[in-house]
Design a protein around this ligand. Structure first.
Ligand code: NIG
Ligand code: FE
Length: 386
């Protein structure tokens, strides 16, 4: 990784420069103080590009925007390899597994939690991710949720309060008591460390009325709304997300026609999480149906120890192309510009003058190789404005 700030850098000799809606061969890019300052033709750039302190020779490689991973649960301890093994032997995934990670997370020290999350962020960046969202959701007490967010906010500005991940055992039989906590004292403690609020709206977690109360309380506190829904079955969650103006509704594996219509007419991004279906043997979401209806689609890893323990956006792109009906160009768009929309950010997700200089030089002539060469480390170099 290269820190691109505090100096100017010319990336020359780019074989293929890819940004949403445009591909350009033989390009050059100049970065100044962590921002894209100029894009032009590499052959004339010695004469016409602004002077730069440093020159990087891309040697004909493909350059793409840094990946934006809008959905991760990195604040956890322990792993659930045994649960994965049992699933591969035929057991099905259920939301209940979350509680075993809650027990391990509560028992972990601050430094264990931060070390684990830092390791995963480093894995992500090595695979081309330059922006990551991180959720709480494995603490489920005032102290454990707020510390997860306090620690996460040292790693990213995209922090999400997910006190409503699942009802903890100590509130079994008193869901409404837990919703009161999530919308009251826990929100008070967490809101200062969070940009977003999220809820798992699904059978076994929270229903639509509870999700409405939870997201509305967060919105009233100035947080942006996002939602988990449609992972295990259809629910009214997707329509609620659109109605409340949520930035994104994530999973979207099970959607009715009216859910798709709502997404197409609203301003909520549908975020698909290919690692989940891969790791739970659920059916893949139908990205084609969403794209053909005009819905903005994002792809994210959902990195977590239960349903999707991958940190790799290239892996998710490969699965989206192979099994979800996306073209390589659509998958790249979903992992960059679509994902930026899911975070309501206009400074990332594209290589254009004025955007942050978050970009990836691939060891490949085209981004198509991200799906064509699955599992191969194709990231040559990551430049990040941070
Ligand atoms: O996005 N769906 C809810 N939360 C996670 C799973 C968390 C877990 O199984 O630990 C998800 O898939
Ligand atoms: Fe999730």
């Amino acid at each position: 990784m290269t820190a691109a700030s505090q100096k100017s850098t010319l990336i020359d000799n780019i074989g293929l420069l890819v940004t949403p809606g445009a591909e350009r061969t033989g390009a050059a890019v100049v970065i100044e103080d962590g921002v894209i300052a100029w894009i032009g033709d590499s052959r004339s750039s010695v004469g016409s590009a602004p002077a730069a302190d440093e020159r990087i020779d891309a040697a004909g490689r493909c350059v793409i925007p840094g990946f934006v991973d809008t959905h991760s649960h990195l604040m956890f301890a322990g792993d659930r390899a045994g649960e994965f093994e049992a699933r591969m032997a035929g057991q099905s995934y259920s939301a209940g597994g979350i509680r075993s990670t809650v027990t391990a997370t509560r028992a972990a020290s601050d430094s264990e939690l931060l070390t684990n999350a830092t390791r995963l962020v480093a894995e992500m960046r090595a695979q081309g991710t330059t922006t990551v969202e991180i959720k709480s959701g494995y603490g489920l007490t005032i102290g454990d949720e707020s510390r997860a967010l306090r620690l996460a906010s040292t790693l990213t500005r995209e922090t999400t309060y997910l006190g409503a991940h699942v009802v903890p055992v100590e509130f079994a039989g008193d869901v409404s008591g837990y919703v009161d906590l999530v919308t009251g004292a826990m929100l008070d403690a967490c809101a200062p460390h969070a940009r977003w609020i999220d809820v798992f709206c699904e059978d076994g977690a929270f229903d639509v009325d509870q999700a409405r109360a939870i997201l509305s309380a967060g919105i009233a506190r100035g947080l942006g709304a996002r939602m988990h829904s449609g992972q295990l079955g259809e629910s009214g969650g997707v329509k609620l997300a659109v109605e409340l103006g949520a930035a994104a509704v994530d999973h979207c594996t099970f959607l009715s026609d009216s859910d798709v219509d709502a997404l197409a007419s609203g301003n909520t991004v549908a975020t698909l999480l290919p690692g989940v279906e891969f790791s739970t043997r659920q059916p893949y979401p139908d990205a084609r149906r969403l794209l053909d209806s005009g819905v903005t689609v994002a792809i994210a890893t959902d990195c977590n120890p239960g349903s999707s323990y991958t940190s790799s956006m290239p892996f998710c792109i490969a699965v989206a192309v192979r099994d979800m009906g996306m073209t390589p160009a659509e998958a790249l768009h979903a992992a960059t510009a679509g994902a930026a929309a899911a975070l309501r950010r206009d400074d990332i997700g594209a290589i254009e003058p004025g955007k942050r200089a978050d970009l990836v030089i691939l060891d490949a002539p085209t981004y198509v190789h991200l799906a064509y060469r699955p599992g191969v480390p194709l990231v040559h170099r990551v430049l990040s404005s941070r």
